[in-house]
Design a protein. Structure first.
Lengths: 365, 354
């Protein structure tokens, strides 16, 4: 196998696939990237057996072939190469010779036929949507995914395809993010799946603002086909809890808030928090919202925000990190906070399709 | 300073039954019944009988052994007398169990210029403690002296029975060097084996290594390295607050039957939850313990964000730990649930009813 390619194109493509390579693996070949050369292009494949990614990039292929090389090592070598062009030859013992300007590297690889193939998706339900849309939906929900591995069904995003609507939900039991997106598909395609965190993170890295993505949902697995890149992942098996039941049906108070200023207010006041005291209090009085943070051994911060509020005086406390996460990931100028009382969930809404349920913290004074 | 009573239960039995003196006394279940050895006299230990061994095995190793049923109330009363003696010497005592305690005696030796002369001065106190214990309860104790808890405990384990070992600061590295890695408190047979497989046989090997041990030991590797160098910053903790709560069950017959194990776990979870409630605390750490037919014992634990108080939550996490670490790979003799990191049972962050 022999090819030459620009250093930049080589590096970019490798970096897109390298994140799934695990550092600690019992199977040495999983530390490697599969490289196939042929038809004027290179294909790179990596997998950890749960998530696999393949990507293609144009290259000058002199001699077709395939091999696998240690992924992280290869990335660091290519990144440091002195010249703009790279020439790679791989001999029959899977030893790669990498030349760039004055430098030469010899890297030991492993045979390509040992590399586990990515799953195939012949009889899959297919959904087409714009990459921009999927990226936006993932961004608005993924931060709420649970990291508590003892409730593994929550370690991913629920994607419910029902009645021409894609509903995506993520929760860690303390807050829940939900986004709804209209999408046309035949009724026979209706399905509920849970995409694991790792696949969510990886696909977010690959999605662009242009172009389409095809989702292929097979039995226990999903693929994202983006053209140049292809990501396949196992799905989380199990039943997602009934999230509808925790969304409050009505609200007593509806408060319009400016998203960015509110985010900054919360960020500033939470500077005063400590490990022991991690809640900010929202004190609502007529046309005023006061955000208060205090920690016994640290100090106190207060900030007032002018709002339109005619409801009953109320103090409700939230974990500021949980409050700020959706604000950071939304784009609208205005958000709406719906409240019932101090111990009922608050609901943050933006536009018509985003909703975030946030459980309060107990106020201790 | 670490004070450790010598073969405590067995020595009490020998004291109270002069005819047992000089004979192998085994406190625990009779050898023809299912159960374990609680304690063995030094004469019995010569036959390789040790505590936690099945009585049946002990009976085979030492057929002439005198098996005695434990009299816990007697041992506890003797323990209380011993602790009263210790209180004459230090106000800061951490009783670890019925027969051992740490004493922080440093306030009495503040005026010495360096730690080693202070430790040497404390040696006289240690001798007096041993004498007073002997006078009060006619039992012998072994004392270890060192600049911290780890070294003191190591010292008391060094020359038993009726011993006294002083580990000076200037000698500690050399003292530790030839010891097997298993001599470090916290390095059990499993960890010791893993360390041995990687070429760490002695504490000296650990002292010298620059290889990070995180892969084998996780977060504990930093502590291990410290111990190997003879440092330990844990204070002697005189509060007698409970630090953990546990419940375990030995099966009549070893079993890997899932419904039986589930039923047992549920009962243990209930037991632990009830104790938590009685003590008015919640727990941030949960641990499961399993013992196989060959007496290999494993524990696995995890930490949670919100204090555990509820039976179903404890049960769910215990099941998770068993499954996650594939602990039920052969029949179990014993199963247990323990909780620790006890904190006020308040959940400040409310949860969605999912």
């Amino acid at each position: 196998m022999k090819f030459s390619i620009s250093k930049e194109a080589f590096l970019t493509a490798l970096q897109q696939v390298q994140h799934v390579v695990s550092t600690r693996t019992t199977l040495p070949i999983l530390s490697n990237v599969l490289i196939k050369a042929g038809n004027g292009q290179l294909q790179f494949v990596t997998t950890d057996l749960d998530v696999g990614i393949s990507g293609t990039v144009a290259a000058e292929v002199e001699e077709a072939g395939a091999t696998t090389l240690p992924a992280r090592k290869l990335v660091s070598i290519i990144r440091e190469l002195p010249a703009d062009e790279v020439e790679v030859t791989v001999d029959e013992r899977n030893v790669a010779h990498i030349r760039s300007g004055p430098s030469f590297f010899k890297v030991m690889g492993l045979a390509a036929d040992e590399f586990p193939p990515l799953p195939t998706f012949s009889e899959a339900r297919e959904f087409k949507l714009e990459q921009r849309v999927l990226k936006d939906c993932l961004r608005k929900t993924s931060y709420a995914i649970s990291t508590d591995e003892t409730r593994y069904v929550l370690n991913g995003i629920l994607c419910s395809f029902k009645e021409n609507m894609l509903t995506m939900v993520a929760t860690d039991g303390r807050r829940l993010a939900m986004v709804e997106q209209e999408l046309e598909f035949p009724q026979s395609n209706e399905v509920d799946i849970i995409i694991p965190t790792k696949a969510v993170n990886e696909v977010q890295r690959l999605l662009e603002d242009e172009g389409e993505v095809t989702l292929k949902v097979g039995s226990g697995q999903i693929a994202f086909d983006l053209g140049d890149f292809f990501l396949a992942s196992k799905l989380i098996e199990g039943n997602y809890p009934n999230y509808r039941q925790v969304i409050p049906g009505e609200a007593r108070e509806r408060i319009a808030l400016d998203r960015e200023p509110l985010l900054r207010t919360l960020g500033r006041t939470s500077l005063l928090l400590s490990d022991k005291s991690n809640s900010v209090k929202l004190h609502l009085t007529k046309d005023n919202l006061e955000v208060v943070a205090n920690a016994p051994d640290v100090g106190e911060a207060r900030e007032s925000v002018a709002i339109n509020y005619k409801g009953a005086e109320m103090t409700i406390a939230f974990n500021p990190e949980f409050f700020m996460a959706p604000l950071r990931n939304l784009v609208s100028d205005e958000v709406y906070l719906h409240l019932i009382d101090e111990i009922s969930p608050g609901v943050l809404r933006s536009g018509t399709n985003f909703l975030y349920v946030l459980m309060p913290m107990r106020v201790n004074s | 300073m670490h004070v450790d009573m010598d073969a405590f239960f067995a020595s009490i039995e020998q004291r109270d039954h002069p005819e047992f003196q000089g004979k192998p006394v085994i406190v625990g279940s009779p050898p023809d019944q299912r159960g374990v050895v609680c304690a063995a006299s030094y004469e019995a230990r010569a036959f390789k009988v040790h505590s936690a061994m099945p009585s049946r095995t002990a009976g085979k190793l030492c057929p002439q052994g005198i098996f005695v049923r434990p009299r816990m109330h007697v041992y506890r009363a003797e323990s209380a007398k011993i602790m009263q003696v210790l209180q004459l010497f230090s106000a800061c005592i951490e009783q670890v169990s019925v027969d051992e305690a740490y004493l922080d005696v440093s306030p009495s030796f503040q005026d010495y210029d360096d730690q080693d002369t202070a430790l040497e001065a404390a040696e006289a106190m240690a001798r007096e403690i041993k004498a007073r214990i002997k006078q009060e309860v006619q039992l012998t104790a072994t004392v270890g002296l060192g600049s911290n808890k780890f070294l003191a405990k190591l010292g008391s384990g060094f020359q038993k029975p009726d011993g006294l070992t002083l580990i000076r600061e200037r000698d500690k590295i050399a003292f530790l060097r030839p010891l097997p890695v298993g001599a470090i408190h916290g390095v059990g047979p499993v960890t010791a084996k893993e360390l041995n497989e990687r070429g760490f046989m002695t504490v000296g090997d650990l002292q010298e290594t620059t290889i990070p041990l995180n892969d084998i030991l996780g977060s504990w590797s930093a502590t291990l390295k410290q111990r190997a160098l003879g440092t330990d910053d844990r204070p002697v903790d005189p509060t007698d607050e409970r630090k953990s709560i546990s419940s375990e069950n030995t099966f009549l017959n070893d079993t890997d039957d899932r419904p039986t194990l589930r039923t047992a776990l549920k009962e243990l979870a209930l037991d632990v939850a009830q104790t938590l409630e009685k003590e008015g605390v919640g727990a941030l750490t949960i641990q499961v313990k399993v013992r196989y037919s060959d007496f290999t014992t494993l524990t696995r634990q995890l930490r949670v964000d919100d204090p555990l108080t509820q039976t179903d939550e404890i049960y769910r996490l215990a099941c998770h730990l068993l499954a996650r670490h594939q602990l039920v790979k052969s029949p179990l003799r014993l199963i247990g649930i323990g909780v620790s990191t006890l904190v006020p049972p308040v959940r400040t962050q409310l949860r969605l009813p999912l």
